[in-house]
Design a binder for this molecule. Structure first.
Ligand code: ZN
Length: 685
């Protein structure tokens, strides 16, 4: 079927070459109008209340919109232009409004409820029940189920919280911009490498200054605290940075987030209680794999007990090194990063330039796809002639062992102008079977590697290799899904603290000798990665792992306890909670004026509230899942074990959110996750 607007053409794959900015607005308007009409018909009195009419209709409407929006938002990210940006913003706003309208639609909520209450609901297949249960949960969390006046109050809280979180991050930003130190004598920057100086020179130039400008932007803070020999400069930067937006430091009281922290915590607690939760920590867990606050706390505290002695040993060694080698007798907070770097350079220096020749991109891609074939019996092969947005992009058909195409992937690897930085996996098409049509899953895999140069392939750093493996892991989760209901298939709807399992899982292969041997060969000589280099990579990976872990534990426990133990009578007590946590887990105790919470945007202005622990949780899951493969190798088999791969695919990758992640994990591993795996992956077991 051909349509004058390619975004409405409903083709199997988007017609990228034909999509123009002027197509966006009319397509989105048409689709949203159809969507509304579809929902109106669905909720109309007398309309049938079975799964097909209530749930499949919604999935169908959503997919039709997604088929048009996915290529638009992808182009916005990878082939941006002034004209596209102009139509993108307003369209995105319409979509946001539409999404809010949907989750606040009480008639739609009633229709889904009626379906769940029907006598035959329990007889539905599990994925169908899961779709209904997810929808009901999301309705409840949006406040639509509340009676008045609670519903209006809940909505008002949402508006105020969103304003406060913007104010919070603006205060951090403003505080960061307010402070700087002009350096004219190059000797004051002794120790800072040329790349760091170039950044500071640029900051000075931006302000029409000569010399260097030390600021509180991340690269500047990093360069000074890690490398500057000038201890006074390090102290001033640390002091300004660690007191941003607070009642302390050089701009004390000017951008102070103290009152905002209080208000945010009070409102979160009130909102959680309106929804029937005891506190905001319990509300956060409603969409996570961890079943209860106790489970999260036990996980974190258990890790702390094991990691703290290691961190203490590392710190003792660092102190000794600092005292004998650097003549720093009192290791202050602003000395730790600096001394660590000196120790790392002495014992574990690893030259990335020495490693890169072993990671030529074409070989890494072949190795990665080869790994997927060995683990899951799938093959990826380029399909020529597919319409793409840039000549460097490849489209791959994904085939099963019988040679049948069941998915596809656009792979776009190189940095270029108009392309957003970073690496990510995004959904182009979701697997969907509505009984009439079958839509196959298609992924966008995007990276920003340095392109090849004359006569030389693109050479990756080891970090680049891990990034590629990580995103490909998300891709496999999407492509290998066996669930044909998009809202609970692939990565969609998966618990927040479990969705990084498949991606972090793949990274493990990037640290495994047997897997590396599939592709890590010198691009000129064909020589495999030397053992000596590999050993150094491992040693550098685990450098100060204990100190790293206790810091993460401090953040995670602070965040979780702050939300869990909030008491309206006492207020947030953020500094007191932090102090208690530090007594429990920290080995480094910063000065009393330090104000870490005031710049903790992850939890006060981002989506991590009572969820910061997810970083460690997902890492544990992926390490423990990988442990099943390591076990095969330890028994004399291969870490790239087909039977274990098939089981991982069947029990975890294929099921999406059709059942709880814990159940999937147990089905794969034969038991619940065990913390030892995390310690092992940090070299602490
Ligand atoms: Zn990820």
């Amino acid at each position: 079927m051909s349509h004058p607007n390619p975004l409405l053409a409903d083709d199997t794959l988007p017609a990228f070459a034909q999509i123009l900015p002027e197509h966006v607005e009319p397509a989105i308007d048409t689709l949203l109008a159809d969507y509304r009409a579809g929902i109106d018909a669905l909720v109309a009195p007398g309309a049938p209340r079975d799964f097909g009419h209530v749930m499949l209709t919604q999935e169908r409407l959503e997919q039709r919109l997604a088929r048009a929006w996915a290529p638009v938002s992808h182009l916005h990210a990878v082939a941006d232009s002034e004209a596209l940006r102009k139509v993108y913003g307003p369209a995105e706003e319409k979509l946001t409004e539409h999404a809010i309208e949907l989750c606040q639609n009480r008639e739609l909520y009633a229709a889904v409820q009626a379906l769940a209450a029907a006598a035959d609901f329990a007889a539905l297949p599990r994925p169908e029940r899961a779709l209904v249960e997810h929808a009901l949960r999301d309705f409840r969390l949006s406040g639509v189920a509340l009676a008045e006046p609670a519903r209006s109050r809940f909505r008002a809280i949402g508006v105020e919280l969103s304003r406060l979180s913007t104010e919070f991050s603006n205060a951090v930003l403003d505080a960061s911009e307010a402070w700087h130190e002009h350096v004219t004598d190059e000797r004051d920057l002794a120790g800072v490498p040329e790349s760091g100086r170039a950044v500071l020179r640029q900051y000075a130039e931006d302000q029409q200054l000569d010399g260097y400008l030390v600021t509180l932007k991340q690269p500047s803070v990093q360069a000074v605290l890690t490398y500057a020999d000038n201890r006074g400069l390090r102290e001033r930067v640390y002091w300004a940075y660690q007191t941003r937006a607070s009642d302390q430091g050089p701009d004390a009281g000017k951008f102070d987030n103290s009152a905002r922290i209080e208000r945010i915590m009070a409102l979160r607690h009130e909102a959680a209680q309106l929804l029937g939760f005891a506190n905001a920590a319990e509300e956060s867990l409603a969409t996570k794999m961890a079943a209860s606050p106790t489970e999260v706390l036990e996980f974190l505290q258990d890790l702390a007990v094991r990691a703290k002695p290691v961190a203490q040993r590392e710190l003792a060694r660092l102190r000794e090194f600092a005292s004998t080698e650097l003549k720093l007798d009192n290791l202050e907070a602003w000395d730790v990063g600096y001394a660590s770097e000196k120790l790392r350079q002495r014992d574990y220096a690893l030259d990335e330039e020495q490693l890169k020749p072993y990671f030529p991109l074409p070989a890494v891609i072949d190795g990665l796809f080869g790994l997927a074939e060995k683990l899951y019996g799938i093959t990826l092969a380029v399909r020529e002639g597919v319409d793409v947005w840039h000549p460097g992009v490849r489209y791959y058909d994904v085939r099963d062992a019988a040679g049948r195409v069941f998915a596809g992937a656009y792979v776009d690897l190189y940095a270029r102008n108009g392309k957003r930085g970073g690496a990510w996996m995004d959904v182009c098409r979701a697997r969907f079977d509505d009984g009439e049509h079958m839509q196959l899953p298609v992924a966008f895999l995007t990276c920003n590697f340095a392109p090849p140069t004359e006569g030389k392939p693109a050479l990756l750093t080891h970090d680049d290799v891990l990034t590629l493996f990580h995103e490909f892991g998300h891709g496999l989760h999407h492509l290998l899904t066996g669930i044909a209901l998009p809202s609970i298939g692939g990565i969609d709807g998966v618990e927040w603290d479990a969705v990084e399992l498949p991606s972090q899982f793949m990274e493990n292969f990037g640290w495994n000798r047997e897997a590396l041997d599939l592709f890590a060969r010198h691009w000129q000589t064909g020589e495999r990665l030397p053992d000596e280099l590999f050993e150094r990579m491992l040693a550098a990976r685990h450098f100060h792992a204990g100190l790293f872990l206790v810091r993460q534990l401090e953040f995670a426990l602070f965040d979780f306890l702050l939300h869990l133990e909030y008491d309206p009578a006492q207020g947030a007590r953020a500094l007191a909670v932090l102090e208690d946590v530090r007594k429990q887990v920290a080995v480094l105790h910063p000065p009393a004026w330090q104000r870490f919470p005031h710049g903790f945007s992850h939890i006060f202005a981002g989506g991590y509230a009572a969820g910061y622990y997810s970083y460690l949780w997902a890492e544990l899951l992926s390490a423990d899942a990988f442990g099943a493969f390591e076990q095969r190798a330890a028994e004399g088999g291969s870490v790239i074990d087909r039977a274990t791969g098939e089981r991982f695919r069947r029990e975890f990758l294929a099921v999406g959110a059709s059942r709880p992640a814990l159940e999937s994990f147990v089905a794969f591993r034969g038991r619940k996750p065990e913390p030892e795996a995390l310690l092992r992956s940090h070299g602490l077991a």
